[in-house]
Design a protein around this ligand. Structure first.
Ligand code: ATP
Ligand code: MG
Ligand code: MG
Ligand code: MG
Length: 489
């Protein structure tokens, strides 16, 4: 079996031998960009080249980028653990050509990007050609976007017509925003079903979430237009290639597994979790299986993000991490019957596993472990009573089907349950949440703490947000903005 590390190396070697410079990944956490909390695609760190704000130092670049898709437009959190190929944190392998009108000879476009993608997948990785489908943009009349005939012609050199599918704007047209660089994209999908099953159904109709074993692995974006404020499209003076391939999905295909979690990217973490909980993955308990997958997934997001400088806290990006961590704690607590902190124990093996590509985790492994343990301990102190509170509520709520705003807020404020965790637990019992009611309670509390602050400060009226259940993080040597959850009676 080819290991995940080897598969990553083969990708980078392939593009290095085609004159690409291999660059380090950008941190997952994005500072100084109000439009994005976390890196969610390989192209993020190159945004200024596409916008024309900066000239690229190198025109051909490749890397593997740590991405996190848990907020904003790309939020895959609900899928994680339930399906077998969406992660919170994942690696996106990518190759780029940044166009530069002064040196057009250094760049490349559809012809090379498509030929190389095909060569890498079929000649280097040796994926069976019969399993591969590609999509091209069909065009969109109302928006005056043309059919991407150029890509179609390039694919035709390699792929039989019945496996080149036309896709709509939703999947096959990429834009950064309402204006700016944009262009068609071509996706590559792999049919991982057994041969007999493949013959029985037309795989073409299953591309794009039609079947759990027919999955998208690579997206090739061709930026060739600039959209102006009036909506019209102009050709870009310098065209760019931006590709992204899901590393964990690629490894699953190459290792012949039915799930990303069965590859060596995750199997070590799952085996260790099995040991720690005394339970088996892949048995008859489907909720335990989801928990194993959620934990194997979430610990990566948590550990790598902390290593990149984002500590759990009660606002902004820090709260996103705290929410993911609490979600993972609740999964082992409820479904793996583990009542002691667990996540921090998974860090050393993870750090060793990724040392060749992301050494920043090993370099800070002790600190990362300490932060996670502290967080786990704090939440475990209130989780059990919070769960009892929900159970009580649900048994007396009759058939209303909704957790009221006051109770959802109490769970948040007193027991540290993020709203999305309460929503998840409610869903398991076919309940919803009165979210407007929750927001109203939250607002009232903000008003109360504002009034209290104004009173307390005497001469000085300093209006600031005071989180009710959180106190300053004072016993670890970490930046002052970090906050800690206080144990609650
Ligand atoms: P999907 O349709 O499966 O959600 P996507 O179209 O949203 O994927 P892109 O934005 O095109 O994904 O990203 C490029 C590649 O990154 C995808 O082809 C896929 O292989 C991988 N990828 C995207 N989201 C995830 C995720 N949450 N977990 C793992 N890999 C992902
Ligand atoms: Mg997606
Ligand atoms: Mg897609
Ligand atoms: Mg895509």
């Amino acid at each position: 079996m080819t290991t995940a590390s080897e598969i990553r190396r083969q990708f980078l070697d392939f593009f290095r031998s085609r004159e690409h410079i291999i660059v380090p990944a950008a941190p997952i956490v994005i500072k100084n960009d109000p439009s994005l909390l976390f890196t969610n695609a390989g192209m993020n760190q190159f945004k200024d080249y596409f916008l024309g704000n900066k000239a690229p130092a190198k025109q051909r670049v490749a890397d593997t980028q740590k991405c996190l898709r848990v907020s904003g437009k790309h939020n895959d959190l609900e899928e994680v653990g339930v399906d077998t190929y969406h992660h919170t944190m994942f690696e996106m392998l990518g190759n780029w050509s940044f166009g530069d009108p002064r040196h057009p000879e250094n760049g490349y476009f559809k012809k090379e990007a498509i030929a190389w993608a095909w060569e890498l997948l079929t000649a280097v990785y040796k994926i069976d050609k019969e399993r591969l489908y590609v999509t091209v943009f069909e065009g969109d009349d109302p928006d005056k976007l043309p059919f991407d005939e150029e890509s179609y012609r390039e694919w035709e050199k390699w792929v039989p017509g019945e496996r080149i599918l036309k896709g709509s704007k939703k999947d096959n047209f990429w834009e950064m925003g309402d204006t700016g660089p944009c262009g068609p994209c071509s996706e590559i999908h792999v049919d991982c079903r057994e041969a007999a099953e493949r013959e029985a159904v037309d795989g073409g109709t299953l591309v794009n979430a039609g079947h759990p074993q027919v999955i998208e692995i690579w997206n090739l974006v061709f930026m060739q237009f600039n959209r102006l404020k009036d909506g019209s499209l102009q050709p870009l003076p310098a065209r760019h290639v931006d590709t992204g391939m899901g590393f964990e999905r690629l490894v699953r295909v190459l290792q012949g597994k039915q799930s990303n979690y069965d590859t060596d990217v995750f199997s070590g973490t799952i085996a260790f979790t099995e040991q720690l909980c005394g339970k088996q993955y892949g048995g008859s308990d489907s909720r335990a299986d989801i928990a194993f997958r959620v934990i194997a997934d979430h610990i990566r997001a948590i550990a790598f993000t902390i290593a990149d400088g984002q500590l759990p806290s009660n606002t902004g990006a820090g709260y996103v991490i705290r929410r993911i961590l609490r979600r993972a704690v609740r999964y082992y607590f409820s479904f793996l019957n583990r009542k002691q902190p667990l996540l921090h124990l998974l860090v050393p093996a993870l750090a060793a596993q990724f040392d060749d590509v992301f050494p920043e985790l090993r370099q800070q492994a002790d600190f990362v472990q300490k932060v996670i343990l502290e967080e786990e301990g704090n939440f475990l102190r209130t989780l059990e009573s919070g769960m009892r509170r929900i159970d009580e509520y649900l048994t007396t709520a009759g058939t209303s089907g909704v957790i009221d705003g006051k109770t959802a807020f109490e769970l948040y404020d007193t027991y540290g349950f993020p709203l999305d965790l309460t929503r998840l637990i409610a869903q398991e019992k076919d309940f919803g949440i009165d979210e407007a009611g929750f927001q109203a309670e939250m607002q009232q509390q903000k008003n109360r703490s504002r009034a209290a602050t104004a009173l307390d400060t005497g001469d000085w009226t300093v209006l600031r947000e005071i989180p009710t259940a959180f106190v300053g993080y004072d016993d670890l040597l970490v930046p002052a903005q970090v906050t800690r959850y206080r144990s609650i009676k």
